[in-house]
Ligand binder design. Sequence first.
Ligand SMILES: [Zn+2]
Ligand SMILES: [Zn+2]
Length: 238
Amino acid sequence: MSKKTTSWTENYPCPVCGSHQQMTRGTGERCHGYESSNGRWAFCARDEHADGVERNLDGLGKHALGRTCPCGADHGAGGARVLRPAARGGFVEAYHYCDESGNTLYAVERYADKSFFVTRPDPRDPSKWISGLGEVRRVPFNLPNVIKAVEQGHTVYITEGEKDALAVNPIRGDVTATCNLGGAGKWRDEYSRHLEGADVVIVADDDEVGARPRTGASSPRPLYLTECLLIGPKENAA
Ligand SMILES: [Zn+2]
Ligand SMILES: [Zn+2]
């Protein structure tokens, strides 16, 4: 399976230095590094962040994602994309579903034609990706951040999709968002235990499916939620 690394862009900057390759050359601010195809490493071009890390042949600092980095920092779980040959109108983005430690359990690839493809690291060779979920443990999206948010008493939003979940975080620093594989109506009880004790806001899309409780037809909300505020659909809003 051919895979490429992902260069840092304005929308997906280097998690080490916060810069990307479209910034002005020669100012010392640009980072022409990239993320490894398996999402486990961030290569950063900025020397001031490279203490304690290995360098690759191009002199880029090799920083660990999803676990404590040898430079001493935590660069986050890594939003690595699994790049594939152009297909289905072209690859757009991959959303990684990670365990508590930020290791990818499975990923959802989104394509320009709005199709999705589920893939996971091959248990026999984690540097390879194979299709489907297999027997892999299911977790809510963005789990490492959800765990942190619950510990810190922050509100957790449940959106219908990964893109929305990622969009919530920059709005306010004290909120975190999650979602589940498959969208509305596919929430599983096993996800709820990660939200125990949290204030949860369910964000529904403006459509019929979105108005359905995310927790399944039989229970209007997960048992653990202390607060559950349903937002939308829009025609019900005051
Ligand atoms: Zn960098
Ligand atoms: Zn680092």
